[in-house]
Design a protein around this ligand. Structure first.
Ligand code: SF4
Length: 354
């Protein structure tokens, strides 16, 4: 019988496993603490479980981890981690310090099928979904490298891949990230960023778990978005915004709209004004991200003047608009770059920092 990876089990699945051993619910919580708070590597280290239960568990299950192949630190403190998967695939996570925050950007897929034209991860194509344990082990793997004074404060699911294309594992991962006995992040510190896959977005609105939602928008009309993000032809902007308008938000919560500014494509005054109209009535904030240029991308970053003008128009229109800087440029910290370098190519994904 193939052994079960304990970190591949949702809370409910772990409960069912223990139930099959005739064990009580509180045992599940004890195991969660060992796995996600203490970060143990071996079932035998779960010393508050009986010897019998540990032996039974060891026969049926194991604790996985990712092997860290490489990490690099940039001058601004941004760190990039390249992890090796069991099947030889590689994924990366980026740790971004910003004042009091230490944000970890994690991947949900190997590659990505969305093909956004300004993103080189998109050019890599799609390899496969990450398992639940591969998503969570990025957090645990990075945690292991931190000093006792450091701790990850925020998680953003916006590394390689489209999280909603790996729906079940993404939802289970967020549940464990925010569970008080597991990784215990406040839901306000976990952000899921999506291009807006409509059926999944609608399903997401009905989920019980809480998190912050970010939509990768990048255009204020269908034609421009069709061009920059081919997925828009299937799931158009107006439909995504309709779902956003009805998305159940708690008081003080807002949806983040990410907007990569690309010279001559989506950065005009007219487009800024259209964006103001488009987002009217949605509790939102806009993150403006001037494009991270790369030789393989046929686009340019707008001038600072243009970026400032775009931001001013949004603010005059009553929106909260923040200009985000790319970090870690000297270590290719934009998602996809480290992996690309390993393969002798240069992949360069825009790092969208919340
Ligand atoms: S921007 Fe995000 S969704 Fe689009 S291709 Fe890149 S990784 Fe995929």
């Amino acid at each position: 019988m193939e052994k079960i990876d304990l970190k591949n089990l949702s809370l409910h699945e772990l409960e069912n496993l223990l139930f099959s051993f005739g064990k009580e619910r509180y045992r599940t919580l004890q195991i969660l603490r060992w796995l996600y708070q203490k970060g143990i590597q071996n079932i035998d280290q779960m010393t508050n479980l009986s010897k019998n239960l540990r032996e039974e568990l060891s026969r049926r299950a194991f604790i996985s981890r990712l092997s860290l192949l490489q990490s690099e630190e940039s001058k601004d403190g941004t760190k990039k981690f390249l992890f090796q998967l069991q099947d030889g695939g590689r994924i990366e996570s980026v740790l971004i310090p910003d004042k009091k925050r230490l944000t970890l950007c994690i991947s949900t897929q190997v590659g990505c099928a969305m093909g956004c034209r300004f993103c080189l991860t998109g050019k890599m194509g799609f390899k496969r979904d990450l398992t639940l344990s591969e998503i969570l082990n990025q957090i645990l793997g990075v945690k292991e490298t931190l000093s006792s004074e450091e701790s990850i404060t925020n998680i953003v699911l916006m590394g390689m891949g489209e999280p909603l294309a790996n729906y079940q594992n993404t939802i289970k991962a967020i549940e464990l990230m925010t569970h008080p006995e597991a990784l215990n992040f406040s839901y306000r510190r976990v952000t899921l960023s999506t291009v807006g896959l409509l059926p999944e977005l609608e399903k997401l609105a009905k989920e019980k778990i809480r998190f912050r939602l970010a939509i990768s928008l990048n255009a204020s009309d269908e034609k421009t978005r069709d061009h920059l993000m081919p997925i828009n032809r299937r799931y158009p902007l107006r439909e995504i915004l309709r779902v956003c308008r009805n998305f159940p938000l708690h008081r003080r919560d807002r949806i983040t709209f990410e907007y990569v500014l690309i010279e001559g494509e989506n950065d005009s005054v007219r487009e800024a004004k259209k964006l103001v109209k488009l987002l009217k009535g949605i509790p939102s904030k806009v993150n403006l991200i001037p494009l991270n240029e790369a030789p393989e991308i046929p686009y340019k970053r707008p001038s600072e003047e243009k970026v400032r003008r775009f931001q001013e128009i949004l603010m005059e229109g009553g929106l909260t608009a923040i200009v985000r800087k790319s970090k870690g440029a000297d270590i290719s910290a934009a998602c996809g770059q480290l992996q690309g370098k390993e393969r002798g190519e240069r992949f360069d994904r825009i790092l969208e920092i919340l």
